[in-house]
Ligand binder design. Sequence first.
Ligand SMILES: [Zn+2]
Ligand SMILES: [Zn+2]
Ligand SMILES: [Zn+2]
Length: 370
Amino acid sequence: MERVAQQCKQCGREIYFDGICISCRTENERNRILALTQEEMDVSIQQICNEIEIKGKLDEERDLFQKLLNYRDIDTQKIAEVAFKNNLFYPCELYKDAPADVITEMIEMIMQDNLNSRLAGHLLLCLAVHGGETVFQSFLELEKHPRNWRKELYVSPSFYATYGGWSYDNSHRFIETNFKKCYPMVKGTLDEKNCSPVKIGVKTDEKCSKCGCRIVNLMEIDGRDPRLDFLEIDGVIKVKCCPNCFEYSDGDFCRYKIDGESELISGNDSFITEDYLKDKGIEELASNSYILGDIPVPPRYAADWEGGSSIGGFAFWIQDCDIKLCPDCGKPMKYLAQIQWDTVLDDMEGNAYIEICKSCQVIGVLHQQT
Ligand SMILES: [Zn+2]
Ligand SMILES: [Zn+2]
Ligand SMILES: [Zn+2]
């Protein structure tokens, strides 16, 4: 059957089915969750607990849980208790506010040698999302004295920790890999964009030496805006990259100067020589009118499909969470921002992720898609 183009009944965008587009549907659902009263939220939390109690898993209410968590940052204590009683360790965010006794028991489990490695992986993620000193110390213990199950896992506990927004360096010093605050990028006008402390896609005069595509500042961030105090960046930083090449690389880096131009760090491993974006793509990217939102949102607000672009908080990792090691100091970098490609470039899929090492003044960019 031939697919016929029609318009989204809400925003007018071209779609190939009857009704409203995915992005409008997500927005409507988000508005519905944002409007819930505390009582209504309590009822929803009870609904989630009931499903776990009855089915031993989170299935029909999975989506509701995710949205309450992302948009309202609900307290998950009660849900964690029910989940633990029912041996449910997925999704790991169930345990964000797990009570101390549950965490103690989970640590006892993970310290065993003869644990199914799959379960061990889930436990590590749940503990990581909860975080805290006791969890940190137990991760270090597991790092120093790996249990049997560790052989079956591809990565070390320090990698699992990043799902909770933290990790540690080689000398086992605690490192935060996420900012606690989060601001969304919202639609504005081009005039408003000129005054916005965060801009997406600003053209530079440089061309990529490999593919010839125009180099852009994927983001420009003015940390002096009071909203961005939490970044502790006293000036403008520019996230420079070749928007064509970096999609095919495992992560590109640039060196920034506060209030200066950034410099690409050579050695990106991309082998792409054709410019797929061309000037047309660059113009489209640069013409977006996204601006920094006025009010902060919960840290996981953008951590889902159609989560949009955002600064701080948690990313929506389409593949695995990927906190890069700083090419200078070798320590885990800190996740800074995400750009949802199709909001600024119609033909692009996936997300761009921006990470930073402030002590070395290095920025990393990476790309993920399905
Ligand atoms: Zn729409
Ligand atoms: Zn390039
Ligand atoms: Zn560094």
